[in-house]
Design a protein around this ligand. Sequence first.
Ligand code: AHN
Ligand code: ZN
Length: 328
Amino acid sequence: MKTRHLFLCGALLLLCATACRHENNNATPPQENEEAVVRPDFSADSAYAFVAAQCAFGPRVPNTEAHRRCGAYLRQTLERFCDTVYVQEYSVRTYNNLTLKACNLIGCFNPQAEKRILVAAHWDSRPYADHDPDPALHRTPIDGANDGGSGVGVLLETARQLSLKRPETGVDILFFDAEDYGSPQDEEGSTDDWCLGSQYWAKHPHVTAYKARFGILLDMVGGQNAVFCKEGTSAFYAQDIQNRIWNYAARLGHAAHFSPKETPAIIDDHLYINQITSIPVIDIIEYHAGTGSGFNPNWHTVNDRLENIDRASLQRVGEVVLYTLYNE
Ligand code: AHN
Ligand code: ZN
């Protein structure tokens, strides 16, 4: 009798402990090394649709009709979501002495806020598929679904989300023009032939004495199963920011796609902002081991098309960007 009573008590205690543990899991934050992460809303389908909309204009090569029409579309779309939109029109000279009519677009949230973060991508597409396996295509313009389109797609969806759930900080979304008009493989050129729009912006910001705490550049963020490594130019100018953002990625469960591997320094829009302004900027850009360039295998080929965009890659990058904007 006494034994059975004790056994019953034990069983009840065990039951209660189990029940309590379950309740505890639901009601209180996870303990120790687990952290409560609020995953920001980001729709990969919406980001993908923004990439598709750009590609539908055709290659957005400066001085073409497709480029003009896409520029108008991007401006309108930013105006739907942002508090203020700046249109910065200017001319630049290319490596082969063409004058491009170019246009940077800047969409701002909380324009009065002192504390600001900038996020950027280039919106033009390359006039030359000069890395295509077929030499006959080396002067063919590319769709730039990934190279150009993906970063802009993620940032338009970011703008849409910020309009639904507003950030506390100021946020400036910069779309640079004329990034990809660098001299082709088989022609003489210099490194400064690239990134003409960001070079212009860094020398002539859209507001005088413009300041931001830091910046994030997105470039080629839509490749299949894209892995983002710690790129050298970003590490040189903005290592602490790079580490913080990679930590956020890990918190969100994206450690496998935000690798701690350090990869060679590259020339991209962030280089000029780092060199010319005092704003530290990092680049989130796919690193692909096994291509000589370190870029996606479709880079500067006619295969840089919508069908090769991976929604899951857009999703990961979008979550990391939004998480940073909401938590910094
Ligand atoms: C160079 O090839 C010198 N820089 C790569 C920057 C780039 C081009 N990003 C996209 N397209
Ligand atoms: Zn490119």
